[in-house]
Design a protein around this ligand. Sequence first.
Ligand code: AMP
Ligand code: MG
Length: 472
Amino acid sequence: MNIMIPFDNSFARLPDPFFSRQNPSPVRAPRLVAFNEDLAGLLGIQPGDREDLAEVFSGNHVPVGAEPLAQLYAGHQFGQYNPQLGDGRAVLLGETVGTDGQRRDIQLKGAGRTPYSRGGDGRAWLGPVLREYVISEAMHALGIPTTRALAAVETGEPVYREGAMPGAVLTRVAASHLRVGTFQIFAARGDVASLKRLTAYAIERHYPQAEGPMGLLTAVRDAQARTIAQWMGVGFVHGVMNTDNSAISGETIDYGPCAFMDVYDPNTVFSSIDRMGRYAYSNQPDIAVWNLAQLATALIRQLDDPEAAVAQATEIVHAMPGLIRQNWLRVFGAKIGLCDPADADAELITDLLQIMADNQTDFTNGFRALSGESARDQFVNPAAFDAWASGWQARLRAETDPVAVMNAANPALIPRNHRMEQMIEAAVAGDYTMFRRLNAALARPYADQPEYADLTRPPKPDEVVAATFCGT
Ligand code: AMP
Ligand code: MG
């Protein structure tokens, strides 16, 4: 075994209540299907041959220095508090400090049952593993804080979902796996000592400049406000913004039924289990605030003067909608070519979005076309666009290089849902050509890449994917 991972495991040094030690469960015939060389380099990993990589990233061989464990957490799922969740199918191998000085978790997802599995088999099937691989790496290339994908391995074993599917393990890399729900569980149990310890750990790991629990709350708020605004800017719908899927680091985490919008519709919902539209595209900012309020509620439990703490936490949480709004204005301002948008510019943006909705404009292509010659072709009623564009052109006269601003803010490529489905279907049949092609194309989403023009095309009516599934 020649693979060397320079582990330095801070979480495993915390006391018992935070996790259970748990080795990954071996699989029958591991086969490496993807390995992220760039990310491996960043993490300081010295990779061995493909067989060794398959052994390590399937969980069959626990590498030197790893201290495998499953983390404990709780969380609100669709608004209902579930007092105990935890890694039910994920095992944290450990952490490395990368060549950039950043500490990151390396986790196997689909690594078998843990004490927190409750019902499931602890496994994952190939479809969601490849989906998360492509989408999380695409999000990274888009410049959006996210967990990343280091490896994907087929297990050679079936998992049973709607039928027998090929099993797989994803290696996920994250700034940490601390979630809002990690704090909730100790607050709900009244375990103040653990809550304090966790708070100190989170501050030291993520926000060393933050002072105390309310400093942490503020820092998490600011990070999440930025991330959510960036989701909005690329038409991303997370799909399961439960508090257990809300990372303290501000990274996008737990890619399940997530998807990118094609046609702009603020009410877009993909997840098959989101029947009420709780996590619809346009609800995401409100849900992020709701989730932060749950974090505030949990953090307050460790403070001696509850009244003062509630007042302070309320103020911090109440400022979040305004912060998301500011970030949204910056993100969408850039999308129409404004490098320093003012509040008064918001109307120009919302007017365009309304015209897009009325004209069933493709969100990605509609914005990308703004910097080209034929933007009006993206609208069923081009006259509606022309009317908007005259005011827009007048406003652009105050800008120095709006085309450059737009091209850096409006991706040409996103991981379109129908392509994800086609990619999975091909991979299940043993053909990884499309998987590799998508990864290559999506590594440069803001570039014009004529060889990938087919990937910019919206779905034909018979290609539209109506619902996405959690992947469990
Ligand atoms: P998720 O919806 O993926 O965020 O998962 C919610 C909870 O269900 C987490 O505690 C998971 O660990 C657990 N879970 C999801 N899928 C499985 C599975 N196949 N086996 C065991 N536990 C699972
Ligand atoms: Mg989850």
